[in-house]
Design a protein around this ligand. Structure first.
Ligand SMILES: [Fe+2]
Length: 261
């Protein structure tokens, strides 16, 4: 494994890129006033997920939820979350209003700034929402940003996204992001644990990922890069890291392949 650096803000030469996550169509604010109903939707989702995550999640997710100060009963105030993250890894969660184009999304990751949706899903769509909401982005993603190794990996994803030039390179970065940051599994405590945000934030996705309908393969960079993914149904193939250090090695290898100086 190569050395994992302390928080920095490398800004490589930027290029257009493909996968998009969240977009800034609507002005967003740190001071959004959530309604009682929105806090209640958060509380319902939080309770459902925490009921099983203690047994199924990576330790980095569980300790991260404590470290960033998520509460069971309220949509978090990102300013409070960011104050905790700043001390640990230098990451922050930055409010955006919707889907961000790929280049600004990855440029933001390269600066340890995570574009974060602030809307709360309606109760009628408690179990499935096609686009990210605050539960996916903050409960699903942000706790891992308190883990130094994962935090370093995610920053390098920003670099990868900016380095990718050809359509094939863009697709490779998208696949690596999908099968790790969004839907990653890791071997811990003698069993398969979830860490990807799509699994941490969704009971149905996590149950599928750990159940008989999903084929879990050992993580190998070239196997991941060769594996197409689907976004509109439950995953039938996922990859299991041996540790987050393995992810670090993978992103550094990708950087070298994409011609990082
Ligand atoms: Fe996500």
């Amino acid at each position: 494994m190569t050395a994992i650096p302390a928080p920095t803000d490398p800004r490589p030469a930027a290029r257009p890129l493909a996968p998009s996550h969240a977009d800034a169509a609507v002005p967003a604010t740190y001071a959004y006033a959530y309604s009682a109903e929105e806090h209640d939707v958060w509380a319902t989702l939080y309770g459902r997920r925490m009921a099983t995550l203690a047994e199924t999640a990576s330790a980095a997710v569980l300790t991260g939820i404590e470290r960033v100060g998520l509460r069971p009963d309220r949509v978090p105030d990102l300013r409070e979350v960011n104050a905790r993250l700043a001390r640990r890894t230098g990451w922050s969660a930055v409010p955006v209003g919707g889907f961000l184009p790929a280049r600004p999304f990855f440029a933001s990751l390269a600066q340890r700034r995570f574009p974060t949706t602030t809307t709360v899903r309606p109760r009628a769509q408690l179990d499935y929402l096609p686009e990210p909401d605050v539960f996916h982005d903050v409960f699903g993603h942000v706790p891992l940003h308190a883990d130094p190794v994962f935090a370093a990996c995610l920053q390098r994803f920003g670099v990868l996204g900016l380095l990718a030039e050809s359509e094939a390179q863009v697709e490779q970065v998208a696949r690596l992001f999908w099968f790790t940051v969004e839907f990653g599994l890791v071997r811990e405590r003698g069993a398969t644990r979830v860490y990807g945000s799509g699994l941490v934030s969704s009971h149905a996705e996590a149950a599928n990922a750990l159940g008989p309908a999903c084929e879990r393969r050992p993580f190998a960079l070239d196997a991941v890069l060769a594996q197409p993914y689907v976004i509109d149904r439950l995953q039938d193939v996922l990859f299991e890291l041996s540790s987050f250090e393995q992810l670090w090695d993978a992103v550094r290898t990708m950087e070298a392949r994409l011609g990082a100086p």
